[in-house]
Design a protein around this ligand. Structure first.
Ligand code: ZN
Length: 222
């Protein structure tokens, strides 16, 4: 089961499937809803490539490990290496595509791990923990600071946001990440979730959209 990044026109990206660098608490309202302080610098964690699956595949709940929560996030497909100190222009040029991700989270387990001061990987980096949509080619996304995102579950809007609301905007984020983790072609950066996160239930139908650019659906099974 190997994952292949694809664009919205159906073509396969000529890029391997790499790691996913994730940003926590990048929307103030979401930090508040989980009673988390807003970090002074981006809170970063990683999901391995084995967490990545196509969004179109049904999401299988792993109920024995506790409830799985959804977090809808803007995802950036990296097309060329970013390492060390890079300019915003270099960061812009390295983005191959813009899509959406679900940062699936075993929230109760994460709360336990957090309260024990342990790493979060068991709660966020498990197999299948990062469904990824198709990617809109970056050239078709004129304004990185004005990308809308929306999640509907069973026809009801549950999450809605815009990259304009990010605490650390997209290009600043890439520059900061590159000083910590070299971003390689095929890696993905997911940029934090707006408010409205919640638990997934069997039989839920999810519809994820970037208005006018991307519209994908998926289902939840147990
Ligand atoms: Zn997240």
């Amino acid at each position: 089961m190997s994952y292949q990044h694809r664009f919205t026109d159906g073509t396969a990206a000529d890029l391997p499937s790499g790691k996913v660098v994730c940003v926590g608490r990048n929307y103030a309202e979401h930090a508040r809803e989980l009673n988390n302080p807003i970090p002074a610098e981006p809170l970063l964690f990683i999901k391995p490539t084995t967490a990545v699956v196509p969004l179109a595949d049904p999401i299988v709940l792993q109920s024995r490990r506790g409830p799985i929560h959804f977090e809808t996030e803007i995802a950036l497909l990296i097309g060329s290496t970013l390492s060390g100190v890079v300019s915003e222009a270099q960061a812009r040029a390295a983005i191959a595509g813009v899509g959406l991700a679900l940062d699936l989270t075993l929230r109760e387990l994460q709360d336990q791990l957090k309260s024990n001061g342990h790493p979060w990987e068991r709660a966020k980096a498990f197999d299948g923990a990062c469904p990824l949509s198709l990617f809109v080619p970056a050239a078709s996304v004129p304004e990185l600071d004005n990308i809308g995102l929306q999640l509907q579950i069973n026809g009801e809007v549950r999450q809605q946001g815009n990259s304009a609301q990010m605490i650390t905007p997209i290009l600043t984020l890439l520059c900061q990440i590159a000083t910590v983790f070299t971003l390689l072609p095929g890696d993905v950066v997911i940029t934090g979730t707006p408010a409205g996160v919640g638990v997934l239930r069997a039989e839920d139908s999810l519809r994820l959209q970037i208005p006018q650019m991307l519209d994908q659906s998926t289902d939840v099974t147990d």
